[in-house]
Design a protein around this ligand. Structure first.
Ligand code: PAF
Length: 309
């Protein structure tokens, strides 16, 4: 397939390399005007005993920023941060062929309303992944954690694209098609509400959140998220959410969360699309979410400190 990926961050590059390995033609649309670039992937795979084994580094060459390649693309994958989706769509919208499917994959929720009004004719898919990757510099990608990816239709015209889940599964397993993509998006939102703000505020690796000092706050975050998810129609319990969060903390113990990295690098975070989205939905349902509100305020304060410098 001819595929254009918007956003050469860690997750975009990881998928690009894995899809290129399956002989798909990957073209990038980035914020630079470079016509090509190379990436070294430090990949890993899971062995039968569920251990992660590193692979030898592999070099990938990609073309980029070619308008004709966008027009020829059979699939557009948007992996920019949630707050960049609107601008990314504006940049390429006039060049995407009619009926080309557009897949959106980012942490958090809340871009759906804009996407719906902007892309009236195109099949739209959302995706969420628990694969973890880290970009230590512009030329390297480290695949640091394995986990499932879910794909699903966001509008009626995307219903016929379930075969894309198999294509993604071949590239980077496991990947499945979900009949209600909002469910795995909410599950991932719950994980991000718990791990991201705390790791950014306390400047720690995810694994440190397994220590007893974080037990009460994580439990309350999960209670609040579960109440909002139930009001949205999902049959979750706070206990089950906490178990899932604990599993992810363990599986990504050595990772620095994306929000930690954003704060560390003095970049804008995705807090408004993670905890901020939860708070917005909680208001709609009349549910109090004091712990999440506190975490949202703390992260906003950290972001503000960047601006003051
Ligand atoms: O945003 C992140 O860093 C990741 O989604 C997760 C799962 C919290 C692991 O670090």
């Amino acid at each position: 397939m001819q595929i254009t990926i918007l956003g050469a961050g860690a997750i975009g590059c990881l998928w690009a390399c894995r899809l290129a390995k399956q002989d798909h033609h990957i073209h990038f649309w980035t914020r630079t005007d470079k016509p090509s670039f190379s990436i070294v992937l430090n990949d890993c795979v899971q062995t039968k005993d569920h251990a992660q084994t590193p692979l030898a580094p592999e070099l990938f060459d990609f073309t980029s920023n070619n308008i004709q390649s966008i027009a020829k693309s059979e699939l557009i994958i948007i992996t920019v941060k949630a707050f960049q989706v609107e601008q990314a769509l504006n940049d390429i919208f006039d060049h995407i062929a009619p009926h080309t499917p557009i897949m959106i994959m980012h942490n958090g929720m809340g871009t759906q309303q804009h996407v719906k009004t902007r892309l009236v004719d195109h099949p739209i898919l959302y995706a969420t992944t628990s694969q973890a990757a880290f970009k230590p510099n512009k030329e390297h990608i480290n695949h640091t954690g394995l986990g499932p990816t879910w794909l699903g239709a966001f509008n009626q015209s995307a219903q016929g694209f379930a075969s894309l889940a198999e294509l993604f599964h071949q590239a980077l397993a496991p990947c499945g098609w979900h009949h209600d993509i909002n469910e795995p998006l909410w599950q991932k939102l719950a994980i991000n509400c718990a791990i991201n703000p705390l790791s950014a505020i306390h400047r720690c690796q995810n694994g440190e959140l397994a220590t007893p000092q974080f037990h009460a706050v994580l439990t309350q975050v999960c209670h609040e998220v579960a109440a909002v998810m139930q009001a949205e129609g999902y049959a979750v319990t706070a206990k089950k959410l906490k178990q899932t969060v604990d599993t992810v903390i363990k599986a990504t113990a050595a990772n620095y969360s994306s929000m930690y990295q954003d704060i560390f690098q003095q970049r804008k975070t995705e807090i408004d699309y993670i905890t901020g989205y939860l708070i917005t939905r909680a208001k709609v349902h009349g549910i109090a979410v004091p712990m999440n509100t506190q975490l949202w305020q703390d992260v906003k304060l950290l972001e503000q400190n960047h601006d003051d410098k």
